[in-house]
Design a protein around this ligand. Sequence first.
Ligand code: UD1
Length: 344
Amino acid sequence: MNKKILVTGGTGYIGSHTVAELITDGFEVAIIDNLYNSEAVVADRIGQITGVRPELEVFDLCNEARLEDFFRKHNDISAIIHFAAYKAVGESVRKPLEYYRNNLLSLINLLEAMKRHDIASMVFSSSCTVYGQPEKLPVSEDAPLQPAKSPYGNTKKIGEDIIRDTCEADDKIKAISLRYFNPIGAHPTALIGELPRGVPENLVPFITQTAYGLRDELKVFGDDYDTPDGSCIRDYLHVVDLARAHIVALKRLLENKNKKNYEVFNLGTGTGVSVFEAIKSFERATGVKLKYRVTSRRPGDIEKIWADPSLANRELGWKTIYTLDDAMKSAWEWEKFIRKQNRS
Ligand code: UD1
């Protein structure tokens, strides 16, 4: 079996952890990344972790001619894991056209290139955001999808539609969309992790930056929700568990074990965790006391969502291994590593 995989966005948060798992599993990896939200040094750090530095080509997937050159040069790619996308919910509301252009044009360019170069398999990075606020919890893959609350969320929904329609029209193309719940944490070596630009929008980077003293306090967005402690509930999973799921999804396609040309799986722990519980977990795992204050709700937030991961458990043989405390501890180790790097 040819084992060269193209990972787009492979220097990003989830991409880098997946590349490390792929290399450890014996795959050869070529990364395409425009470094919009990441740094080339990540490829070196993956090299430190695995002993093999992945090849990194820096360009934008919206550049069709450049992408065609890439596939001419790399004529031995057997599958694509597609992460590259803009991902900031708030920014997407301010810059919808940039989000639609970047996230959708890059996907279309890749699918067209797959057809031209006879590449059959794609694993796509989707999100639980496609469910909106589900009526039934835990939410399973057959739950009705709801209109997206942000252009970012809509690009995930439309991205899934584009891939499904492509798989339906062309039986030589097959794909798996993975709907992530809330990925957190970092690699156990603390050499790779999440690197938010500017002030983090997401909970865990905000927690670790506050603990480090970069932010005054964490704002808990609302304690008047209809949940046991009043704060929102999410399903936080360790990024290394999430990365592992991509390897099993990829192998399912490469080994023709997929049941349909297009499949969708939820990736979560199956357990809902409130914002207050997340804070307690961070404090327990690290021994660091966090300064926080309850403020008003954040517009667009969903009250509660957690996954029914039983389809992925059954069909992919995948389930999460790391605990919430493990994830918090690793996020903290990463925060400390990255601050030390920035000082030296
Ligand atoms: C959002 C997106 C999701 C996307 C993810 C990662 C939606 C509905 N969700 O998830 O699609 O994949 O970002 O970019 O668009 N919180 C605080 N204080 C903070 C930050 C967050 O209390 O400073 C709370 C939020 O209210 C929420 C929870 O923490 O209840 C998690 O927030 P966040 O990490 O931003 O993720 P989501 O909003 O769930």
